[in-house]
Write a protein that binds this ligand. Structure first.
Ligand code: KG4
Ligand code: ZN
Length: 333
């Protein structure tokens, strides 16, 4: 079964053709990073406009690379939330138009489910259940994948997403946008023990996250240095901040895996590309006999392969959408 996946929830316009849920025939991503860079973050209206301009060409390219035509496609899967409403609407409207014109099934996909599903593409023998940490610019969730379509939230951020915290700290350090990869790189030259930034635990029994405290602590620390006329070692601050965030992500996720008796922890979302997170999670979970897996970076960031994969399993489960499908910006898991 060939599924055309479409993703436009934030600043990536993406289309992909995936066979039987797990075999990637094409993966086209048109990123808008350069467009939003000068604003230091994604400008929703600018994103929507760029999606409209590029989506047809991105889909054509995905078909061409897969050596397929619209006739070969069996169903169309699209992200319908969560995300920026104008951006989501471009993908949803395009998918609805294609499904209607071609008379093919339309499948609505939850963006976070998509991120988790990238692990099925990256690891062909992976089977549920398992625990997954989904950490991106918009979300930080610990999820238990009961099967291919049913996910239970075990913990979530109460304020900032992990990626959002990386982006904000990179901005105050004057590193640029998006901040995650830049902090990851700079931290390699710094001492993670240079500054003890807080590791926040909401309450004893909760696996929820809070990253606003560590963010404020870094900003206050920088202000103090400035007031005292001291020189700031950016690499040490990046390393110490990253250490605090990854400590919390690892601790809560491993606790979740132990609670669920899961022998696998999967990582997903843009922050799953973080080298310190990957190394720390692998080492710490390994001590408990838990294996850590993650997709290659191109499948961690927003892409349409993960949407086609999720769409395949939704379709097998009988979950198709009709022409009333709408974008839902704050769609719950
Ligand atoms: O999944 P994604 O591409 O888009 C969203 O759905 O948000 O995630 C983007 C986020 C950004 O905040 C970016 O800074 C972060 O993922 N990110 C990283 C790394 N690569 C991307 N954060 C930490 N370390 C990285 N290597
Ligand atoms: Zn995402």
């Amino acid at each position: 079964m060939l599924i055309l996946g479409i993703e436009s929830s934030c600043d990536e316009t993406a289309a992909a053709v995936v066979k039987d849920g797990r075999e990637v025939l094409s993966n086209v991503i048109n990123t808008q990073i350069a467009l939003h860079k000068k604003f230091g973050g994604v400008v929703p209206e600018v994103a929507s406009r760029r999606h409209i301009e590029t989506i047809d060409a991105v889909i054509d390219e995905a078909l061409e690379q897969a050596n397929a035509t619209f006739d070969d496609i069996d169903a169309i899967a699209v992200t319908y939330g969560p995300g920026l409403v104008g951006a989501l609407l471009v993908g949803v409207s395009t998918a609805k138009a294609l499904a209607f014109a071609l008379n093919k099934p339309l499948i609505a996909v939850h963006h976070i489910k998509g991120h988790i599903m990238a692990n099925f593409v990256a690891h062909k023998d992976l089977q549920p259940p398992f625990v997954c940490l989904v950490a991106s610019g918009g979300h930080s969730h610990i999820v238990y994948a009961h099967d291919y379509t049913h996910f239970e939230i075990l913990g979530r951020t109460r304020d900032d997403a992990a990626g959002e915290a990386f982006d904000k700290i990179a901005r105050v350090l004057g590193l640029g946008y998006p901040g995650g990869p830049l902090i990851d790189k700079l931290a390699k030259e710094g001492n993670p023990e240079a500054v003890a930034f807080p590791r926040v635990r909401m309450d004893k029994d909760s696996l929820d996250f809070s990253f606003s405290g560590v963010k404020t602590a870094v900003i206050n620390y920088l202000h103090k240095l400035e007031q005292n006329g001291e020189v700031c070692n950016k690499a040490d601050i990046a390393a110490s901040f990253q250490d605090a965030v990854t400590d919390v992500l690892c601790e809560h996720t491993i606790e979740a895996a132990i609670k669920k008796n899961s022998k696998i922890i999967a990582l997903a979302g843009g922050v799953a590309s973080n080298s310190a997170l990957r190394a720390k999670m692998t080492e710490e979970a390994g001590k408990k006999g838990i294996k850590v897996i993650y997709p290659e970076p191109i499948l961690c960031t927003d892409n349409a392969v993960m949407i086609a994969c999720a769409g395949y399993y939704e379709y097998l489960n009988g979950n198709t959408a009709d022409m009333t499908l709408n974008a839902i910006p704050s769609l719950k898991l």
